[in-house]
Design a protein around this ligand. Structure first.
Ligand code: V47
Length: 370
């Protein structure tokens, strides 16, 4: 089963365990992150990916809505944030402006709005429920994936309501899924240094666990390539694996590469392409209970995202259309891609593009047999 070229690999025991479907430990995860045998790591992550998904690579037609970048918190890695609307480069959209921005997508076959913003200091909770209701009314076929756990935790603080009450109200207004942001690195040491003001790891998990209990699926991320240690990366991923064992509510895992332009960690520089591939591969191998590993092309760049599709990733995210968080931090990718180009990107990587909706249901092409 293991190709002869890898039989003498220093991670041979981990190849055997992964191929046999045995669960990996924290120590195993650290060895995978630190191994020099990159070919063996890539091979086994790809093997597990193909065993589960074959060549299938999911993408979707989506559009990001970053309604405001005004934020109460000043995370050191963030280039998107502005402390008030008076600062250069700050914006906040009314519900009417949100609707105007997405009006051209009416009946265009879009499957998802990905809606996140800063933790706005002044907007009332009704702004968020009104926005969801208005979007649902104008675009009933588009799933609303909205608000990171950090925004949700803040809504609870703002209203004095429990997370369950907040999420229930948002669900009634149209919320269908939560994105995976705000996770950063769960270790207290790292959060204290880079994002000490916002919700801690326990609160992030409470939000996701409550969402899952209410039937709202979520994604999860890891922001890597700044001050975290290898052990902290692995601990982060294993905490997500534990959550998934409890709830099965995670749809996808998205390792996010730190982007250095225009933020206070700039001097650290960006992680390498090799680190990007390692993160995809180790995510695939440790998260044996999460079906989808996403190579978010906006963040990886198109070429690295193509490689990631042979390193464990089976999803490339979507058409996106208008992206600010990574472009304000130095991303050189386009801010969006047409569906045709996205399919080509997947095909150029030797994979089979399959359109999905926000929940990973396959979208049948018009005219295809049911
Ligand atoms: O939480 C912010 C990260 C996240 C930087 O769920 C940065 O489908 C790198 O979560 N360099 C938001 N990362 C993005 C996000 C996401 C993206 C795509 C898909 C999904 C999904 C979720 O972006 C933040 C933070 O971890 N981030 N600034 C930066 N300079």
């Amino acid at each position: 089963m293991i190709p002869s070229v890898f039989r003498g690999s220093p991670i041979r025991d981990l190849l055997d365990k992964s191929v046999a479907g045995e669960r990996l430990t924290l120590e195993d995860g650290v060895r995978l992150f630190e191994t020099d045998d990159l070919h063996a790591l890539g091979w086994v992550a790809n093997h597990v990916r193909e065993a589960r998904h074959g060549d299938t690579t999911y993408y979707l037609k989506n559009r990001h809505i970053n309604y405001s970048n005004v934020c109460k918190y000043d995370c050191m890695f963030c280039s998107f944030y502005r402390s008030s609307i008076d600062q250069e480069g700050a914006w906040e959209w009314s519900v009417e402006q949100v609707l105007l921005h997405v009006a051209p997508y009416k009946d265009s076959g879009l499957r998802e709005f990905h809606i996140v913003g800063g933790v706005h200091p002044h907007l009332p909770f009704s702004y968020y429920t009104d926005m969801l209701r208005a979007l649902k009314e104008a675009h009933p076929g588009v799933a609303l994936k909205a608000f990171t756990a950090i925004e949700i935790a803040y809504f609870a603080e703002l209203t004095g309501k429990s997370l369950r009450e907040v999420l229930t109200e948002l669900k009634h207004a149209g919320l269908q899924m939560l994105p995976g942001g705000g996770a950063e690195v769960f270790a207290d040491r790292v959060r204290y240094k880079v994002c000490r003001d916002k919700a801690d790891a326990d609160r992030w998990f409470e939000v996701h666990e409550t969402a899952h209990a209410l039937g709202i699926p979520t994604n999860a991320t890891l922001l890597y390539g700044h001050i975290e240690t290898t052990e902290e990366r692995v601990d982060h991923i294993l905490r997500l694996r534990d959550l998934q064992d409890r709830t099965s509510g995670l749809k996808s895992y998205i390792p996010l590469a730190y982007h250095p332009d225009g933020n206070r960690l700039q001097k650290l520089g960006a992680p390498t392409g090799v680190d990007a591939l390692r993160n995809i591969a180790v995510g695939r191998l440790l998260l044996d209970n999460v079906a989808h590993i996403k190579a978010y092309w906006i963040m990886l760049g198109i070429k690295t995202a193509q490689l990631a599709l042979s390193w464990g990733a089976n999803d490339i995210d979507g058409t996106v259309t208008w992206e600010r968080i990574y472009h304000m931090a130095g991303s050189q990718t386009p801010e969006g891609m047409t569906e045709e180009r996205l399919r080509e990107v997947i095909e150029e990587a030797g994979r089979l593009p399959v359109e999905r909706d926000a929940f990973y249901n396959v979208v049948q092409p018009l005219g295809a047999p049911a």
